[in-house]
Design a protein around this ligand. Sequence first.
Ligand SMILES: CC/C=C\CCC/C=C/C(=O)SCCNC(=O)CCNC(=O)[C@H](O)C(C)(C)COP(=O)(O)OP(=O)(O)OC[C@H]1O[C@@H](n2cnc3c(N)ncnc32)[C@H](O)[C@@H]1OP(=O)(O)O
Length: 289
Amino acid sequence: MPHLPPAQGLGFRMRPSGGKSGRPAARSVHGVSEVSASWWWWSQAPLQLKNLPVNSFSLEFLTELIINLEKLENDKTFRGIIITSDCPKAFSAGVDLREICGKNPAHYTEYWKVLQDLWLRLYLSNLVLISAINGPCAAGGCLIPLTSDYRILADNPKCLIGLNETRLGISAPFWFKDPLVNIIGHRASEHALQLGLLFPPAEALQVGIVDKVVPKDQVQSTALSVMTQWLAIPDHARQLTKNMIRKPTADLLVKHRDTDIQNFVSFISRDSIQKSLQMYLAKLKQNKD
Ligand SMILES: CC/C=C\CCC/C=C/C(=O)SCCNC(=O)CCNC(=O)[C@H](O)C(C)(C)COP(=O)(O)OP(=O)(O)OC[C@H]1O[C@@H](n2cnc3c(N)ncnc32)[C@H](O)[C@@H]1OP(=O)(O)O
């Protein structure tokens, strides 16, 4: 598995530094706890997102992310991935607004297709996916958490999470909405989506958009201990079950991909939508702490 060096702030750290292979050196131990510790360690891959400053989804970043996920998925050593951010400001600020502002229909088409690809790859992944959410996570930034099997959020007032698209004058696509409905239910989704709510940690836990809230310095260790529980289940049984539960939702996108792209391109190309996105981006640039 290649270790990709970050280039100009863009990159993925796929495992902590360790032995030659990046993993701790194999140890010959016979104690059960040490054997099982090394067993789960070897089975899970940490994936740290790094597209400074806020892990927004540029086309280049999305493409690299898909390539890295594909490699992990095809490497039979790995049974799970813990996804976290290596950017201090955010887990992910979602769609890079510069990709959907002031470009042409061909660009919007390509961008949306790649975003759909990422969603499908994550939602139907055979691996156990755990999101270790250590920063704010807005709109498209929730794509990874909402397609994960488990979500852990840092207990920090800055760590807001939610689908806030309506606040930008846009609407979340149905394939963002569907996993949210599957996770928090119909009524809570109506409320959250229409108002574009960004939940602080306690509320996020209460509504169920995350499964656990822990102090920021415990996000990673909690993710590792949750991963141990999930990896204790035989893969084939867990994968069949995951697929059975998720396939109907994924099939909706598979079936309606082209129409969804056309809808997105015609919606995002409207002058009024472009104007509100540009205003939102300008406001972000003004609102410096
Ligand atoms: C039919 C369907 C149609 C459309 C569907 C489209 C679906 C779209 C989904 C989306 O994801 S839209 C994006 C939504 N994202 C947000 O609302 C988050 C915006 N960002 C923030 O709230 C904050 O930046 C923050 C993540 C909380 C971090 O705040 P902080 O104060 O620490 O940093 P700052 O705001 O100064 O940001 C640093 C830097 O990054 C730029 N930035 C932030 N977010 C984005 C983004 N999404 N795209 C592009 N650029 C972004 C920000 O402007 C700053 O830039 P600067 O340093 O050059 O000023």
